[in-house]
Design a protein around this ligand. Sequence first.
Ligand code: FE
Length: 203
Amino acid sequence: MSNPRRSQPPAPPEARANALAELLDEKRLIPAGFLDAVATNAEHEWSPRNGARVVARAWVDPEYRKRLLADATTACAELGYAGPQGEYMVALEDTPALHNVIVCTQCSCTAWPVLGLPPDWYKSPEYRARVVREPRRVLHEMGLDLPKSVSIRVWDTTAETRYMVLPLRPAGTEDWSEEQLAETVTREAMIGIALVSVVTSRE
Ligand code: FE
């Protein structure tokens, strides 16, 4: 006998989310206002702009860079970035010979305070399964071709650790301000599927 429930398409995501929220509320499993607070934070507080400021600071301040690489949780908190999914953050340093990429093979964890909520592609089963097995090819498909001389290291998010990549500072930005530099850093670069690139006007 086939399961009749399986033959029905699932309800739209919004209806399922509402049903879940009602149930959590009804069973008093979450405090009043919790979901609204999460939604507000997700929209206004947890943003890759925060991580971009961390990266820019690390590029201009060697002492901050050292602190970030030694203890990213504390270094991010110095700039005011802390909170859920950021209790134990680790910054991964890109070098001319090593490129870091992050993934959560189990689900879709990111460091919310500095990266924001994960983008859809990061949550896709395909990215999660393939980037660990064939990172160079997946990066190529996502538009990033790295020279063979650059090693790629893929970091799988574990239960508690949340990673962010400290990308290479682009050439030609030596006299840029920290604010200008922060504008160049994308979420994709802090996940490791892109480099930070800038358009510099050179003669
Ligand atoms: Fe996850």
